[in-house]
Design a protein around this ligand. Structure first.
Ligand code: NDP
Length: 609
C-alpha cells in the first residue's frame, strides 16, 4: 500500500496502518448517541438569535390577498436563478417571498468578516454573462456577491413582485381551485398556480446544546447574524470595538476558518474552541486580470463551469481552466480512481486501495502545511485533521493557521468532546473556565432535520397528507424536483438531484428544467403538473441503486461525525435521500435528454377542472 504514495509527500514516519487506526480513534471518540439532537433549534428562548440585524427599515404593510402565477420561496441564488429563467420563458407574474430584507439568501445573511466564496467566483456567481459582470477577484467577497444578487434582481425585474421581510408559514394545495394557498407571517394569502421552493440547503442556523448555554451573561451571536454594532468594523475587518474584549469563537468549520483571522487581529484576547479541526489548504486569491477578462469569448461562463465540473468528476480535460484547490483535490483522486478501475492486471491495486492512498497523500500535505505555518508544535498538532479528506468540507485560507501564532490567540482543543459547559462568565473545557465577554457561535446550520422544519413551514398536498408524512419512509421525487401528490410544486435541492461542489451550477440546471416544464404547460393550457407514481418510483429506485457509486469517504460511516454523515449515525433512509450516484454530469445529461425528447415522460398534465 505505502509504495503507491508519492514519496515526495510522504513523511518519513508515515505508516498507513497506524494512520488508519488514528482515523478510527478520532472518529470513535466523537460519536455521540444524541446525533442531530445535540443541537438546539433557534426558536422560543433562542429565537432572538435569528433576528435580522441587517434591516434598515422595517416594512409595514397590509396583508396581501391575491392570485399569482408562480410563487418562489427564497430570494437567494435559487429563487433568483429560477426567476431569471422564468422571465426568459416569458413569465411575468412572479412573486418571490423572502424572509430577509433583500435578495441574496446565504450572502444576505452571512456577512461575517472575511466571508467570501471559495469556489472560484468566475464560475460560482450565476448569470455573469447575462449581466456583463466580471468578478473583481478569483474569490469574491460576500459584499460583491450580495450586490451581484441584487443586480440579478434588477436585471430580471424581480424586485417587482418580491415580498421581503416575509416568511412563508404554510402551503396547502386547493384541488378545486388548482392552486396553492400560501400563508405568511404577515397574514398574506397568496393563491399560486405554481410554487418553487428555493429554501437553500444550509439556511437555518443551529446552536450547540451545551449545558448552561442560557446562563451566559455576556454578549452572544451566531456568525450568520454578525453583530457589527458590537464588534465594530465591517466585512473587510477592522473590528475595533473588540480591542478591549475577550472573545470566544465556538466551532472551526468553513465559517470560522474565514472569520477567526479578523477576530484574532483586533480582539484583546481570542479563544477558539475546537472540536474537530478543518483541513485548511492554500487559497491563493488574486485580483482579476483585466486583459484576461477582455479575452473572454461568449459562452465562456458555461464552458468554465462545465470544465470545473468535469474535472471534479474525474473526467479528463485538455485544460484545467479553474486550476484551484478543488480541481487539484478531487480531480487527482478521481483520476486515480478511474485509472485503477481500468487496470485489470492481476495483483493491481484495487480502486479502494488507490483512493485511500491518494487520500493519505493529500491529508499528509494538509498536515505538513500546519507544521509550516504554526510555530508552536503542540498547537500545530492540535490543528491537524486526522480523517479522510471528504469527511468534512475542505477549507482554503491563507490567514487562518498563522492566526494561532499571535500571542493574543489561544486554541482550546476539546479533544473531540466539544465545550463542556457554559457559565455566566465564560466557557468550561476539561474543568477549566475561560472567562469571556462575548461568545460567537460558528456552529453551522441544520442539515439532518426534516425538510419542513428546515423550510420553516409544512406543505399539505392533494390528499391532505403533508410532505413530511409523505417522505416519512424515505424521500420520494422525480429528478429531485417534484413529488407525486404535490402538484405544481418544485423543490430545488440536491437530494435525489445532483451533488456538485459548485452549487449554483445545480441551481442553473434545475431552473432551466423548471422553466422548460412551465413553458410547456402554459403553451398547452395545462393548469396542473404532477409526476406519476410509477415515474417517481422508478427514480427512487435509480437513486437507491446508484447510491454507493460515489466518491467514497464523502460523509462515509468511517468518517468523523458531522453533517456530511448524519453525525455518524446510521440512517436507514440516507441512501434514498442521497444525490444521484452517477454524478452531476450524467444527471444534467439525463435532464437535458429528457427535455429534448419533448415527451415529458413521467409527468401528468391536467386542464382546468
Ligand atoms: P459547520 O457545521 O461546518 O461547522 C460547525 C462547527 O461547530 C464545527 O467545527 C463543529 O465541530 C463545531 N461545534 C458544534 N458543536 C460544538 C460544540 N458543542 N463544541 C465545540 N464545537 C462545536 O458550519 P459552518 O458555518 O462553518 O459551515 C457550514 C457550511 O457552509 C460549510 O460546510 C460550507 O458548505 C458552507 N460555507 C461555505 C463557505 C464558502 O463557500 N466560502 C464559507 C462558510 C461556510 P465538529 O466538526 O466536531 O462537528
Amino acid at each position: 500500500m505505502s509504495e503507491q504514495i508519492d514519496p515526495q509527500n510522504t513523511p518519513v514516519d508515515f505508516d498507513p496502518d497506524a494512520m488508519r487506526a488514528r482515523y478510527r480513534q478520532e472518529r470513535d471518540k466523537r460519536i455521540r448517541q444524541d446525533g442531530n439532537e445535540q443541537y438546539i433549534e433557534m426558536s422560543g428562548d433562542f429565537s432572538h438569535f435569528v433576528d435580522d440585524p441587517y434591516i434598515e427599515t422595517a416594512i409595514e404593510r397590509e396583508p396581501l390577498i391575491e392570485d399569482v402565477e408562480v410563487l418562489l420561496v427564497g430570494g437567494g441564488f435559487g429563487g433568483l436563478q429560477a426567476g431569471a429563467r422564468l422571465r426568459d420563458a416569458g413569465i411575468e407574474d412572479i412573486r418571490i417571498v423572502e424572509k430577509g430584507g433583500d435578495f441574496g439568501g446565504t450572502w444576505y445573511w452571512n456577512r461575517y468578516p472575511g466571508a467570501a466564496c471559495d469556489i472560484e467566483s468566475y464560475i460560482y456567481l450565476p448569470l455573469v454573462e447575462e449581466l456583463g459582470k466580471i468578478p473583481s477577484e478569483k474569490y469574491a467577497r460576500a459584499k460583491e456577491i450580495l450586490s451581484h444578487a441584487r443586480a440579478i434582481g434588477e436585471h430580471y425585474d424581480l424586485y417587482r413582485g418580491a415580498i421581503f421581510q416575509t416568511e412563508v408559514t404554510g402551503m396547502t394545495w386547493d384541488d378545486e381551485a388548482q392552486r396553492w394557498l400560501v400563508a405568511t407571517n404577515r397574514g398574506d394569502t397568496l393563491r399560486a398556480r405554481f410554487v418553487a421552493m428555493a429554501n437553500g440547503p444550509l439556511h437555518r442556523p443551529k446552536l450547540p446544546g451545551i449545558a448552561g448555554i442560557q446562563d451566559f451573561e455576556g454578549h452572544t451571536f451566531h456568525t450568520s447574524r454578525w453583530d457589527y454594532e458590537y464588534t465594530g468594523g465591517g466585512p473587510d475587518g477592522g473590528l475595533n470595538k473588540l480591542a478591549d474584549k475577550r472573545v470566544a469563537v465556538i466551532g472551526t468549520g468553513a465559517t470560522a476558518i474565514q472569520c477567526v483571522p479578523y477576530v484574532g487581529e483586533t480582539a484583546e484576547h481570542l479563544y477558539v474552541f475546537q472540536r474537530t479541526p478543518s483541513s485548511v489548504d492554500i487559497r491563493g486569491n488574486t485580483p482579476t486580470d483585466p486583459d484576461w477578462a477582455k479575452s473572454l469569448e461568449p459562452g465562456w461562463h458555461r464552458e468554465r463551469m462545465e470544465n470545473f465540473n468535469a474535472l471534479v468528476s474525474g473526467v479528463p480535460q485538455a485544460q484545467d481552466l479553474v486550476a484551484d484547490g478543488w480541481t487539484d483535490l478531487i480531480g487527482k483522486t478521481m483520476r486515480l480512481f478511474q485509472e485503477a478501475a481500468q487496470n485489470t492486471e492481476a495483483g493491481a491495486p484495487s480502486v479502494a486501495e488507490l483512493l485511500e492512498a491518494a487520500n493519505f497523500e493529500k491529508m499528509n500535505e494538509i498536515r505538513a502545511l500546519v507544521d509550516e505555518k504554526v510555530g508552536d508544535a503542540e498547537v500545530a498538532e492540535s490543528l491537524k485533521p486526522y480523517y479522510q479528506m471528504f469527511c468534512k468540507r475542505p477549507c482554503f485560507n491563507d490567514q487562518y493557521l498563522p492566526t494561532f501564532n499571535r500571542p493574543s490567540v489561544d486554541l482550546i482543543d476539546t479533544d473531540g468532546q466539544g465545550v463542556e459547559r457554559i457559565t455566566s462568565k465564560g466557557i468550561v473545557v476539561a474543568g477549566r473556565e475561560y472567562e469571556v465577554d462575548c461568545i460567537i457561535f460558528a456552529t453551522g446550520f441544520e442539515v439532518g432535520t426534516s425538510y419542513a422544519r428546515r423550510a420553516g413551514y409544512e406543505i399539505v398536498g392533494r390528499t391532505g397528507e403533508t410532505l413530511t408524512e409523505y417522505w416519512s419512509k424515505g424521500l420520494r421525487t422525480l429528478h429531485g424536483l417534484q413529488s407525486h401528490g404535490f402538484p405544481n410544486c418544485f423543490i430545488m435541492s440536491g437530494s435525489q438531484g445532483a451533488f456538485t461542489a459548485n452549487y449554483p451550477h445545480l441551481l442553473e440546471e434545475c431552473s432551466t428544467h423548471i422553466a422548460h416544464i412551465l413553458s410547456h404547460a402554459r403553451a398547452h393550457g395545462f393548469t396542473t403538473i404532477e409526476p406519476s407514481k410509477a415515474a417517481e418510483q422508478e427514480w427512487v429506485e435509480t437513486i437507491i441503486q446508484k447510491a454507493d457509486s460515489g466518491l467514497g469517504g464523502l460523509g462515509g460511516k468511517e468518517c468523523t461525525p458531522g453533517y456530511y454523515n448524519n453525525e455518524g449515525q446510521e440512517n436507514p433512509l440516507a441512501k434514498q435521500a442521497s444525490s444521484y450516484g452517477g454524478g452531476s454530469i450524467r444527471f444534467f445529461k439525463i435532464l437535458k435528454e429528457w427535455r429534448e425528447t419533448g415527451e415529458y415522460e413521467g409527468l401528468e398534465f391536467g386542464r382546468p377542472a
